[in-house]
Design a protein around this ligand. Sequence first.
Ligand code: FA5
Length: 349
Amino acid sequence: MRERLEELRGEGLAAVEVASTEDDLREVEVGLLGRKGGITAALKALGKLPPEERPLIGQLANEVKVAIQGAIDVKRSTLGQAALSAELSGEGFDATLPGPALPGGGQHPIQAITRELEDLFLSMGFRIADGPEVELEENNFDALNIPTDHPARESHDTIWITPESQRQGDGRGVVLRTHTSPVQVRALREYGAPLRVVAPGRVFRQEALDATHEHTFHQMEGLVVDKGVGVGHMLHAMNTLIEGVMGRKLETRLRPGFFPFVEPGFELDARCPFCQDGCSVCKGSRWIELMPGGLVHPHVLESAGVDSSEYSGYAFGLGLSRIVMLRYGIDDIRWFMSGSLDFLRQFPA
Ligand code: FA5
């Protein structure tokens, strides 16, 4: 058996040495190491040997197997390299031809609509503003005329960064912003009046989640401060915005709404496009709350250093996630952050 194995080793290594193609190598591999190969047969015959010989012969058979397989691997790599070099230096090779096409990515629908709205407002002379998602309590609440004990703070169900034990109620606490309205404050302080600005962005609230409520969602804040600004200007901007997103007029209604930073305040609702007489999206009301707004409270103007006897303004806070739902007929807001590629692939790249 020992001699037979040594013979196989010699034959195998010699065959690998002279192999000049992948097919030659494959033949050696199958002939010696395959299921019916010589070395496999020798390993199978071990059981017939006297017990004291089995370990030594078994070890030798394995050594031969490893040696031949190693030689085959080295030769295979050498032949592969040689074939590649030949191909690259050959006449017919064109390194400038395009490679295989990669599947294209696309924009998230909220991102796509945000860009569209930014373009629309830029064309109307607005500037785009940005603000931090981790915000000072002062900008998120105090400067917006929402005092420490105001119930509006509760209704926003704030996610606090500052632990409860360290909150002083002095505006220095830190929160995940609950709305995009703090960007009003920042923009007014930075640019002063007159001002036209929109601020799209992500906001965060502790929420009971359902088809129209997420803990992380998108809003777009609008703010115009100038001389003689009134409710008519605000309505025009809100309707232009909705028409811009939907590409058509929606049936809307305006009702009184309360926000400490506007006076008077309004709520603009859109007719639910998912049903005729009530569904889980509109919770049976047939209306979807889309966009509150109002005339900027003089306290907000003054706290940002704007003279409220000279200037007035309007502000609105579009529920961006919800209007994207309306635009594409998405019946559950939770799809946006589901990470589902099947969902995302439905939107144009
Ligand atoms: C505000 O956030 C005010 N800052 C809006 C505002 C701006 C009022 C300027 C006046 C002047 P409200 O909490 O209602 O308001 O939210 C605004 C919009 O965000 C709602 O109309 C709704 O469309 C959307 N929204 C509110 N909560 C959620 C939520 N959990 N998930 C998805 N969208 C929401």
